[in-house]
Design a protein around this ligand. Structure first.
Ligand SMILES: NC(=O)C1=CN([C@@H]2O[C@H](COP(=O)(O)OP(=O)(O)OC[C@H]3O[C@@H](n4cnc5c(N)ncnc54)[C@H](O)[C@@H]3O)[C@@H](O)[C@H]2O)C=CC1
Ligand SMILES: Nc1nc(=O)c2c([nH]1)NC[C@@H]1CN(c3ccc(C(=O)N[C@@H](CCC(=O)O)C(=O)O)cc3)CN21
Length: 281
């Protein structure tokens, strides 16, 4: 590995995005992150968009660069969207991540991410930076055709992609190549779980309908599963190194789904960065 490559890997580890849920204790968890770290806040179908923005406000208050998730299907109409974007801008937040939203039926006029993206632009309230989803594996109930079609339409309105959790590095690397082959040039933040309680991660993975790679995770850890209490993404990251370093893939960095285990994830990623430094060129 060249000096430049190891410097890039360290940069990605030290500048990763940390995704959190709008739950109690999250601000304390995030308080040890370096000032200016990017923290993204999910949209909870149970708590609503206001909970996301309340958490975003508190995280901005401790110096984080905050990215709220806006879930299209949970937002009633343009007026509600306008109010949300006004509040975001008022907090000094200039970036949002747009998702469809895990609700069976849209509450109002926005059925998917594309509809919300278009409305933001039409209202003249589009934040400076906007992120969208990407699916290395098939979504549990949305077809590959639909997510691929959606990506090419949404790409015109977006600045970057964050990939959904996938435990198989080969699947992620293949997906990156196919995204580029389709002519999509947006930078990709590769989504990976943080250092998270393994049982919790498995439960969540099944709940959000992840694909075949969950089996990969299970088989890989089957022997050790009774001993292991924490998942760490180290093996996944290591195996992804060639794909991450391939300029054709236009990787922007890591996005860690922390499920609010921010401290452990930060400690681990900073330690890993220090170890990358030790590898001679
Ligand atoms: N990949 C990720 O990191 C994240 C994924 N999600 C969830 O993934 C799902 C898809 O979100 P996006 O990728 O933003 O999709 P999208 O809004 O870009 O839609 C992709 C395609 O799926 C259809 N679709 C969207 N939601 C649907 C639903 N609930 N039922 C049936 N068809 C639906 C759309 O009409 C479109 O054809 C949502 O449930 C979203 O909340 C949420 C947060 C993060
Ligand atoms: N379909 C989907 N929806 C998402 O919200 C989502 C993804 N995929 N993939 C990437 C991450 C993972 N996210 C998740 C996953 C699970 C919970 C969850 O289980 N939430 C619980 C509360 C958690 C708790 O109490 O600890 C809930 O009931 O809402 C939340 C966000 C957000 N993102």
């Amino acid at each position: 590995m060249s000096t430049h490559e190891s410097a890039l890997l360290r940069h990605y580890l030290l500048n990763a995005r940390f995704e959190v849920l709008p739950l109690r204790g999250v601000v304390e968890q995030a308080s040890d992150l370096p000032a200016g770290s990017t923290v993204t806040v999910t949209s909870s179908p149970r708590k609503g968009t206001e909970a996301t923005l309340d958490t975003a406000e508190r995280l901005a208050g401790i110096g984080m660069r905050v990215v709220p998730h806006l879930a299209a299907r949970m937002i009633e109409d343009r007026r509600a969207l306008e109010a949300l974007l006004d509040r975001t801008a008022g907090l000094g937040i200039d970036e949002v991540f747009v998702v469809a939203g895990d609700v069976d039926k849209p509450v109002g006029e926005f059925g998917d991410s594309l509809a919300l993206l278009r409305a933001m632009t039409e209202l003249g309230l589009r934040p400076a930076r906007v992120g969208i989803t990407g699916y290395p594996e098939r979504h549990s109930f949305i077809s590959d055709n639909a997510t691929i079609q959606a990506m090419s339409e949404k790409a015109h309105h977006a600045d970057y992609i964050v990939s959904q959790i996938c435990y198989d590095p080969t699947t992620i690397a293949t997906w990156l190549r196919s995204v580029r082959a389709r002519g999509i040039t947006l930078p990709v933040h590769i989504g990976a779980p943080g250092v998270v309680d393994a049982a919790k991660l498995l439960r969540i993975s099944l709940k959000i309908g992840l694909g075949d790679s969950v089996r990969y995770l299970r088989s890989q850890h089957s022997v050790l599963s009774r001993l292991l209490t924490r998942y760490t993404p180290e093996e996944l990251l290591t195996q992804l190194t060639p794909a991450v370093l391939d300029p054709a893939n236009r990787i922007a960095g890591w996005h860690f789904f922390t499920f609010n285990e921010v401290n452990r994830t930060r400690e681990w990623s900073h330690q890993l960065a220090a170890r990358v430094q030790e590898v001679p060129a």
